[in-house]
Design a protein around this ligand. Structure first.
Ligand code: ADP
Ligand code: MG
Length: 707
C-alpha cells in the first residue's frame, strides 16, 4: 500500500517548532497550573494564543457616573460619601460613591472586615462592573475595585480587556498574564505565519502576529461590535486559517485514499439494462446523471469516495443497485450497510425483488440470523461467488464477517456514520492490496459550499429531482387544543383505506417521558377510535418487537402506528398518507423533514399535521413556517442552517470537522469559497507550510488521516 507519511510528522522543524513550547516554559506556570490548563486543552504556548476571548471590556476610559446607563459595563472613579451595613433580607455593605457628575451605590453581599475597614468615607475608588437599576438608583453589585488615591494611583488600561471563556480553576487575571507572555513569543516570531504574504494580501487579511495581537489586546477605541460577533478582520483571519487547515486535512485524507488501488469495475454485461427494463418506472434525469457519475468513478483503478445527496424519496436506492451490478458483472461482491435492521431488511426486499429475476442471490446478514443459518450465510459470503450482494447493518463489518471478493461498499444514510467509520470500513474491505469503492447515500442535504467543506474528502453527487407523479405533501400547523380534529382526520383517512403515523418525539431528553407520551397517546387513540387497529413502537421495545410492529404496519395489518422518533429514517410505506407529529415546536427542521418524508410516497395526496403547544417561541414559529412553506429538502436545510447553525445539521460528533477552535461554519460560511481556493494555492505553491499548519490546528486525536 502506498500511503503518504502522516501529515503531522512532515516538514517544519525550525523556528515554527517554538510554538510547540509547553506552557510550563512561561514564567509562573508550574505543574499545578499546567494541569488545570491541560484540562482546558491548553498544553502549548500556541494553544494559549488560539484561546480567543469570549468578549471584551473597555477599561481604557473612566466614564462619568452621570452618563452611565443601566446594563453598561464601565470603569468609574469617585469618592466614597457613605458606607453602611444594611439588612435587607441579607446583611450587606452599601457604599455610595460620587464623582461630581452623579453617584451610585456599590453593593456587597460578601465582604471581609478588612474590606469594610478600607471602604470609608473620603476614600477614592476606581471600580469596574455592570451598572444596574437598583432600589437606590444605579448600582453595581460586587464591582472589581481598587483604591485610586494610594501612592500608585493607577493609570487606565492601554488596551481593551479580554475576557476569556470560562476556564475552571484558572482566573481571568492569570489568563491575561499568560496570554501577554504568549504574545511576546509571537513578537519574537517563534509562532510563525504559515500563510504566505502574497496570499494574505490577495485575501485582504492581516498577518498572524497582527491578528493575534489585536484579538487578545484590542487597542482603545476598537469597535466592539464586529469583535463581539466574530466578524473583525483579525478574527476572520484566524477563522480562515483554521478552516484552511481542515480543508487541507480532508483533502490529504482523500489523496491518501485515492493513492490506494481498487478494482476497476466497468460493466461487462447487460444486467443493468435488464433491471432497467423490468422496473415499473424510468429513471429521472437526475438519477441517470448520478448513475453516470458513479459508474465513471468505479471504472477507475482507484477507489471511489462519493456521496450521493438526495431528498427523501428521490430514489437513491435504485441508483445504488444499478451501479452495484457493474461490480457483480466483474465477478465481485457488493456490501450495503444500513443504519438499522429494519432498513437493512427493507433494502434487502428491494434488492431481492430486483436482482432475483436476474439470477442473483442477495443475502441479508441480520441480527436475527443465528446458529447454523448464520454460519452458512457467513460461509457463502466468504466464498465470494455465491452471494454477490450482501446487506446488513454495521454488523456487516464486525469481526467474523469475511468477504471473498468485496469491491464495492454502499452506505445508506451517511449521517450516522462518520469519517472514522468510513476509514475502518475501507480497511475491512482490503484484500489483495485493493480497497473497495465507497458510495455513501444521504437524505440530509446540505448546501453546496458547506458540503465542499464538510465532505472535502468526498466527491458529491446530487439527485435534485423527485420522480414524477408525486403529489406534494400538504403541511398544516395546528395547536394542540385542536387535537380532536386531528383524531377525526385519522378516522377519515383510515376509513378510506389509508394508514397514518402518529409521532411522539423526544420530550425533555428523556426516554422514560418519551415512552410515557407515546403510551398515553396510544391509549387515547385506542379509546377514541375503537374500530381501528393501532400499534405502538418505541425505543423501549426490544429491537425485534419494535420491528415486528413496524413490519405489521408495513404489511397493512395496522391502520395507525403510534411511535417515538424511532421511525425517523428511511421507512417506506407508500400507503401511509397521514403523518401527525406532536410537540413539533420542539423539533429541529431536519428531523421534521425526515419524519415528513415518511409520507408522500404513494399516489394519494399526503398530509403532515404538525401539532404544537402554545405559546410558540419566535424560533419555533419560524421553523414551523419553513415546514409549511416548502417540501424541498435543500431549502429546508438552507433555512435550518440560517436558523440554527451547522453543528447539528451535520452531526458534530460524526464529522469531527466542526469541533473548531475559532471558526464557526455558519458565521464564516462566506469564507469557504476563498478557503478552497487558498487550499489549492497552498498545495501548489507552499506544500511545506501544510504540515505545520495542520499540526497547529488539528489535534492528533482528530487528525483525519489516521484512525
Ligand atoms: P430515497 O432516496 O429516499 O432512499 P428510495 O430509493 O427509497 O428513496 O425511493 C423511494 C421510492 O421511489 C421507492 O419506492 C422507489 O422504488 C421509487 N422510485 C425510485 N426511482 C423512481 C423513479 N424514477 N420513478 C418512480 N419511482 C421511483
Ligand atoms: Mg433511502
Amino acid at each position: 500500500m502506498n500511503r503518504a507519511a502522516p501529515l503531522a510528522e512532515g516538514a517544519g522543524s525550525g523556528a515554527g517548532d517554538a510554538e510547540r513550547l509547553p506552557v510550563t516554559t512561561l514564567k509562573g506556570v508550574g505543574a499545578a497550573l499546567a494541569e488545570k490548563l491541560a484540562k482546558l486543552g491548553i498544553e502549548t504556548v500556541a494553544d494559549l494564543l488560539f484561546l480567543l476571548p469570549a468578549r471584551y471590556e473597555d477599561r481604557t476610559q473612566i466614564v462619568p457616573i452621570g452618563t452611565l446607563r443601566p446594563g453598561e459595563r464601565a470603569v468609574i472613579e469617585g469618592e466614597i460619601q457613605l458606607a453602611e451595613i444594611a439588612f435587607r433580607k441579607r446583611r450587606q455593605l452599601l457604599v455610595r460613591i460620587a464623582d461630581g457628575s452623579g453617584f451610585l451605590t456599590l453593593r456587597f453581599f460578601y465582604f471581609t472586615g478588612a474590606q469594610q475597614a478600607q471602604l470609608q468615607r473620603g476614600v477614592r475608588l476606581r471600580c469596574y462592573g455592570e451598572a444596574r437599576r437598583g432600589t437606590l438608583g444605579l448600582e453595581i453589585v460586587h464591582p472589581e475595585y481598587r483604591r485610586a488615591d494610594g501612592p500608585d494611583a493607577q493609570r487606565t488600561e492601554d488596551s481593551l480587556t479580554p475576557v476569556y471563556p470560562a476556564a475552571e480553576g484558572v482566573q481571568q487575571g492569570r489568563l491575561r498574564i499568560l496570554t501577554a507572555l504568549a504574545l511576546t513569543e509571537v513578537e519574537r516570531s517563534s509562532v510563525r505565519d504559515w500563510l504566505p504574504p502574497a496570499l494574505l494580501a490577495d485575501l485582504g487579511l492581516p498577518t498572524l502576529a497582527a491578528a493575534l495581537g489585536y484579538v487578545h489586546r484590542p487597542p482603545p477605541g476598537a469597535d466592539l461590535v464586529p469583535l463581539a460577533i466574530g466578524r473583525h478582520p483579525a478574527q476572520r483571519r484566524l477563522a480562515f486559517e483554521e478552516l484552511l487547515a481542515h480543508q487541507l486535512s480532508l483533502r490529504q485524507l482523500r489523496e491518501d485514499i485515492r493513492a490506494d488501488a481498487a478494482w476497476p469495475l466497468a460493466p461487462k454485461g447487460d444486467l443493468a439494462g435488464r433491471l432497467l427494463a423490468a422496473l415499473p418506472f424510468a429513471l429521472t434525469g437526475a438519477q441517470q446523471r448520478v448513475l453516470r457519475e458513479v459508474r465513471a468513478d468505479i471504472a477507475a483503478p482507484s477507489p471511489m469516495l462519493r456521496l450521493v445527496q438526495g431528498d427523501v424519496g428521490s430514489g437513491k436506492t435504485v441508483v445504488a443497485a444499478l451501479a452495484a451490478l457493474a461490480a457483480v458483472e466483474c465477478g465481485f461482491q457488493v456490501a450495503l450497510m444500513a443504519p438499522t435492521e429494519l432498513l437493512a431488511e427493507q433494502h434487502w426486499q428491494n434488492f431481492d425483488r430486483w436482482l432475483r429475476p436476474l439470477g442473483l442471490r442477495v443475502a441479508l446478514l441480520s441480527g436475527k440470523l443465528t446458529g447454523r443459518a448464520r454460519q452458512s450465510t457467513l460461509n457463502a459470503i466468504r466464498s465470494g461467488t455465491e452471494v454477490p450482494v450482501v446487506i446488513g447493518t454495521h454488523a456487516l463489518f464486525q469481526e467474523g464477517v469475511r468477504f471473498g471478493q468485496l469491491a464495492f461498499v454502499i452506505i445508506d444514510e451517511q449521517h450516522r456514520f462518520g469519517v472514522h467509520q468510513r476509514m475502518a470500513l475501507r480497511e475491512k474491505g482490503l484484500g489483495e492490496g485493493r480497497v473497495p469503492h465507497q458510495l455513501i447515500m444521504t437524505a440530509t442535504p446540505i448546501p453546496r459550499t458547506l458540503a465542499m467543506t464538510a465532505y472535502a474528502d468526498l466527491d458529491v453527487s446530487v439527485i435534485d429531482e423527485l420522480p414524477p407523479g408525486r403529489t406534494p405533501i400538504k403541511t398544516v400547523v395546528i395547536p394542540e387544543s385542536r387535537r380532536d380534529e386531528v383524531v377525526a382526520r385519522i378516522a377519515t383517512a383510515c376509513r378510506a383505506g389509508r394508514q397514518a403515523y402518529w409521532v411522539c418525539p423526544l420530550i425533555e431528553e428523556s426516554d422514560e417521558l418519551e415512552y410515557q407520551a407515546a403510551e398515553a397517546t396510544h391509549a387515547a387513540l385506542v379509546g377514541a377510535l375503537p374500530e381501528l387497529r393501532i400499534g405502538l413502537a418505541h425505543g423501549r421495545l426490544t429491537p425485534t418487537k419494535k420491528e415486528a410492529v413496524m413490519a405489521a404496519f408495513k404489511r397493512g395489518e395496522l391502520d395507525v402506528l403510534v411511535a417515538t422518533t424511532v421511525i425517523e429514517v428511511g421507512v417506506d410505506v407508500p400507503n401511509a398518507s397521514l403523518m401527525v407529529v406532536e410537540n413539533a415546536e420542539r423539533m429541529g427542521l431536519s428531523q421534521l423533514h425526515q419524519l415528513r418524508g415518511r409520507v408522500g410516497r404513494g399516489v394519494e395526496e399526503s398530509t403532515c399535521l404538525l401539532l404544537y403547544r402554545a405559546p410558540l417561541s419566535p424560533m419555533a414559529r419560524q421553523r414551523l413556517d419553513v415546514m409549511r412553506s416548502t417540501n424541498d429538502g435543500f431549502e429546508v436545510s438552507r433555512r435550518d442552517l440560517e436558523l440554527r447553525g451547522p453543528g447539528e445539521l451535520l452531526g458534530t460528533r460524526q464529522t469531527g470537522l466542526l469541533q473548531m477552535k475559532v471558526a464557526e461554519l455558519t458565521r464564516d460560511a462566506d469564507l469557504l469559497p476563498r478557503v478552497q481556493h487558498a487550499a489549492q494555492v497552498m498545495l501548489e505553491r507552499h506544500p511545506d507550510n501544510i504540515a505545520p499548519l495542520l499540526r497547529r490546528w488539528i489535534g492528533a486525536r482528530e487528525r483525519y488521516g489516521k484512525v
